[in-house]
Write a protein that binds this ligand. Sequence first.
Ligand SMILES: [Zn+2]
Length: 202
Amino acid sequence: MVDLIPSSDTVMEILKRTGAFREGHFVYPNGKHSPHYFQMPLAFRYYDTARVLAVGLSRKFRVDRDISSQLPKVAVISPSSGGIPVAFGVRDALSAEQIYWAEQEGGKRMFRQYINKGEVNPCIIVDDIIRSGHAIEETAALVKALGSNVIGCGAIVRFTSAPDKLGDVPIRSLVEFDAHMYDSGDACSDCTKDAPLEHVRF
Ligand SMILES: [Zn+2]
C-alpha cells in the first residue's frame, strides 16, 4: 500500500498540468513577491486528479497505527474551503465517520453553529496547501475547544518554511516545497529584470 503513494515528482507534474502550480512573477496580498504560485483548487476541479491526490495523502495516515486503530471513529477537518475536497477525498479513502470544515467570518476562523462539545471525533486536519501553518494551528485550537484532539495532520503541499509538527503530531504531505519568497520588490530577482507582475488574491 505504501508504494502506491505518488512521488513528489508525480504530484508536481499533476499540479503543473492542471494549472495549480504556476511559474512567473507573483505578488501576494501581504506584499511578498515570489516566482511561483499554487492555485490548488485547479487540481481539484478534475475528479480523477482530486482522487489520486486525496487517496495518496490518505495512505500517509493509514500507515499511522495511532490513526488506523481509531478508524472509523475519526473526523476529517478542513481549516478552510480550499481543503474541503481534500477532506472529502481523505474521508472516503479512510472510511472516517465525520467531516467538518472551518470558515473565516469577520477575520475569525470558526466552525458552523450548533456543533457541540463532545460530538467531534479524534481529528485529522487536512488542507490543500500549508504555507505558514497558521490555518491548521487555529483549527487545532478550535478542535481542542470542542473537547476533541488532533491525531493527524497533512496537506498535498507543505512549504518547508512551515512547521512540520502540530504539537506531537507530524504534518504529512505529498510534496515538501522550498518556496522562494521576497519580503518586497526590493529583494525580488524578477523585479530587477522588470518582469511583469501578477497579483494573486490568496
Ligand atoms: Zn518582484
